[in-house]
Structure formats: structure tokens, C-alpha cells
Ligand binder design. Structure first.
Ligand code: PGA
Length: 254
């Protein structure tokens, strides 16, 4: 049985004071048995304050990117050993915004995944997606298959069993436009069967597949009830404690 996983992606939002205010507001809501694992992937500068603020609570803290080298002349980058010190539990890799604006390629994504698995227990959240044009051309499955084949090169079944894959159609991110639950299910099922063919059925049965792209309290219940959707990567709605918890709580009524 796969446990659902709801992860917020704050992107480049929230100062330290705003991040701590979020923590204070959401902590009282993190009581009882939560129906999912929960985490927020936050800007690097807020990680230390938040791992401390969320210590002893179920809320994990994640990073939004990492470099594949241990150290070196890579201005502006942060390494896996540096992340390990902070106590993050997960790290987004290959988000479409990084691929689009910061020249992230399948090759660098693959190096980052290998590094995270080789040297840490930080859980990677690998993002894959297609553009609006690619979907209009009916090429979404082909595009995502090609990304996954390259991104996962050299990873073994044990690693992939611990991986989170987020299907995040670019046309649905931050647009207020969501894939229909059926479209999201179709792609998540396609990703799972691809993992079965690249690895094996037990690995495909274990890998967590999230949907991301304008997930909100109003649509979360339907999306998360789909059989191959094991959670969500939530951007805009994860900035508000109430909205984030409404998304998590939508799992209770299923
Ligand atoms: P959104 O972002 O929920 O604001 O669409 C999702 C993401 O980019 O991870």
C-alpha cells in the first residue's frame, strides 16, 4: 500500500519571517494521524529555520534543487553534503521551471538523482512534464517516456522504489488551469507502466507518483482519489497553511 505524499513547493516565495509565521500557523493543524506524508520544499535560506520550527512534527522540509558535485567552483549552487547538514527530507529535481529558465537538462537531472541516492537518504522528487504544444500534438506520453529514460539512467530498482515522480504538465502550472482528474490519472498510469517496463512490477507498485499543476482545495479530492495518483506537488496553494491542510484533509474523506 503506497502512502500518499503531499509536498508544497514554495518556489521563490517567503522571507524568513513569513516562513516562520507559516510554521506557527500550521503546527496546531498537524495533529492526530495525518492521512499522508507532508513536506514543504522551501528556498535554501529558509531551510535551517524551518527544520528547527518543524522538529518533532510530521512536517518535513525539502529543498528545491541541488548540485551533483560535493564541492567546487560552482557559484550559486548548494551540494548534497550541505543539504544533509540541514536535515531536509526531500529535494525536488528537474522542476520544469529549472529546465525552462536555468538550463537544467536530463543529463544534469540524472547526475543529481544519482548523487542523492548514492550519498544521502534525502528523497528525490523528480519532475517530468510536457508543454501545451506537445500535448496538442498528442506527444505527451512520448515526451515523458524520453525524459524518464534519460533521467533514470543507471538507477537501480531499489532506488526507484524510494523515488517520488511528479507529473507536472507545464500548461497547468501556476495557470489556475488543472489537468482533469482523468488526464492526470492517464499520465500517472502511463508513468507507472513505464517503470514496470524499465524495472519490474513490484518497483512500479512502490514508486510514488504525484500530480502537480494548480492543485487547490477545490480540486484536490477528485485528483487524489485516482488510483495511480499518490499525492500532489503543490505550488501556489502551499503558501497558505489553511489551503495546504485542506488539500491534505481531502484525503480523509476518501
Ligand atoms: P502550482 O505549481 O500548484 O502553483 O501550479 C506547481 C508546481 O510548479 O510545483
Amino acid at each position: 500500500m503506497r502512502r500518499k505524499f503531499i509536498c508544497g513547493n514554495w518556489k521563490m516565495y517567503k522571507t524568513r519571517a513569513e516562513a516562520l509565521a507559516f510554521a506557527e500557523q500550521i503546527k496546531p493543524l498537524l495533529t492526530g494521524d495525518l492521512p499522508a506524508d507532508v513536506a514543504v520544499a522551501v528556498p535554501y535560506t529558509q531551510i535551517w529555520a524551518l527544520t528547527e520550527a518543524f522538529a518533532g512534527t510530521p512536517m518535513g522540509v525539502g529543498a528545491q534543487n541541488v548540485h551533483f558535485a560535493d564541492e567546487g567552483a560552482y557559484t550559486g549552487e548548494v551540494s548534497v553534503p550541505m543539504l544533509k547538514e540541514t536535515g531536509v527530507s526531500c529535494c525536488i529535481v528537474g522542476h520544469s521551471e529549472r529546465r525552462q529558465y536555468f538550463a537544467e537538462t536530463d543529463e544534469t537531472v540524472n547526475k543529481k538523482l544519482r548523487k542523492l541516492f548514492a550519498d544521502s537518504s534525502i528523497r528525490p522528487i523528480l519532475c517530468v512534464s510536457e508543454t501545451l504544444e506537445e500535448r496538442a500534438a498528442g506527444a505527451q506520453e512520448e515526451i515523458v517516456r524520453r525524459q524518464l529514460e534519460k533521467d533514470l539512467e543507471g538507477l537501480d530498482a531499489d532506488m526507484v522504489s524510494r523515488l517520488v515522480i511528479a507529473y507536472e504538465p507545464i500548461w497547468a502550472i501556476g495557470m489556475g488551469r488543472t489537468a482533469s482528474p482523468e488526464q492526470a490519472q492517464e499520465m500517472c498510469a502511463c508513468i507507472r507502466s513505464l517503470i514496470a517496463s524499465l524495472y519490474d512490477a513490484p518497483t512500479a507498485g512502490r514508486v510514488i507518483i504525484q500530480y502537480g499543476g494548480s492543485v487547490k482545495p477545490v480540486n484536490a479530492g477528485e485528483i487524489l482519489s485516482m488510483p495511480d495518483i499518490d499525492g500532489a506537488l503543490v505550488g501556489g496553494a502551499s503558501l497558505k497553511p489553511d489551503d495546504f491542510m485542506k488539500i491534505v484533509d481531502s484525503l480523509k474523506i476518501q
